[in-house]
Design a protein around this ligand. Sequence first.
Ligand SMILES: [Zn+2]
Length: 404
Amino acid sequence: MKPAGLGRVLALVLALALPARAAAVPATITVQTARGATQLAVRMDRLAGPLVHGGTLVGLLNGTIARREGWYDLTLARQAFRFLPGAPAFAFNDRLQPLAGTAVVLRDSLFLPLQFVAEVLPRVLAERYSWDPRTARLKELVRTPPPATTIARLPNGLRPGHVITVDAGHGGRDPGNPGIYFPRGLREKDVTLQVALLLRDELKGRGIRVVMTRTTDTLINILDRARYCTAECELFVSLHVDALDARARRRFGEVSGFHTIIIGEENTEDADRIANMENEALQYEDAPAQGANDLDYILRNLQMNEYLRESARAAELVQEELAKVHTGTDRGVKQHNRLAVLNTARRPAILVEMGFSTNPNDARLMTRRSSQQSLATALADAIVAYLLEYDRKLGAPSAAGNGR
Ligand SMILES: [Zn+2]
């Protein structure tokens, strides 16, 4: 802020200024720090009110003071305060705040209003300074650095408090794929729910909080599903069952296995087939699909850039763990840009196709209780491995400052 345009602002600030305190003004104050206690004289000025010597105060508090364009810039506890002599205000974080008195310059020395010491510092830097009005003492509080290992860990090494969203694909009047080799009456929506509930229990047993998009045979809007994974949620996991088109019947026996899909620009070979299949759920929505506006597109691209690496890592770990229990082919991690359920995700997100219902072996694996349990355990192991990496990244000092 330039001093030139200040008149009007100051007039406004003056109107808002706190009334001067009627309390008795001490003749001296004490500044107490880890380096000792020092007395500082209070000087009464007819116009400016009670003052303390700025240079001495700032020196005692290990701060700095610099003069720039008529302003005095103070740095205390790494915070910046600015004073303009004669103005009943100071700037903190570029915002003007009113003062009852003013800073003044007397014989080349800056004097600061006592109110700055007695009220402002203990208020805006409360964790650093306290003021005792009875003894007129400003105390610099010693900060105790947190011990290196204060964060409790669960037996599996995770810190407590992780949140995962598990989405059982389809549901209600959206059956998903018909499950040609599933036992009679079972369809994709039933199998995804069965494994999702087992996965929920596995994750809970590992100390992870789970948010389910559904726990019963209900239809959840496909565009709403990923929104269950809010800011605190660390991964969105959508469970599905793949199937070949009925016309590809000759290949039912040879095509098997599991893959994990993440959002991405590189549509791989199966992309169109999977998108057509999984987006079919859109036809069951009551409301018209609203996922394609510009804002969604921008958000999706942001999300894509921000979480592509995390999503890809989670997907790799899921493939690794599923490979240990699955009898079908490891079909790898795939990228996709047209899957509605992933495109609405604002957090790391994966979609797991657990197997082909058009393959007899896969169908058996996905519907037997014991192998469903193995799938759920493998998925939970992968998620724990992912979160452990995530914890380590956050715990590393080099990664601490990147805002993630
Ligand atoms: Zn599906």
